[in-house]
Design a protein around this ligand. Structure first.
Ligand SMILES: [Zn+2]
Length: 74
């Protein structure tokens, strides 16, 4: 197996194997391995950055949805 370097974007340490996710693509079982930083604190920051990014994306989508008024349930 070929070794592919996958350093952490924050600290540059070589990432380690994290969680493994199994999902189906076109009814074919696909395994996705998530690589994480060996430094727990660093990984936490990276995940927070990702979450912030996702939040901004959702906020943007929300803004666009305002063009199509919906009934408020609450
Ligand atoms: Zn790191």
């Amino acid at each position: 197996m070929e070794f592919i370097s996958n350093p952490c974007t924050r600290c540059g340490k070589e990432r380690i194997k994290g969680k493994e996710k199994t999902f189906f693509v076109n009814s074919k079982k696909t395994k996705l391995t998530i690589y994480i930083c060996p430094d727990k604190e660093c990984q936490k920051v990276v995940e927070e950055q990702l979450a912030a990014k996702e939040e901004r994306r959702l906020a943007f989508a929300e803004k666009r949805n305002r063009f199509y008024p919906k009934k408020k349930s609450k």
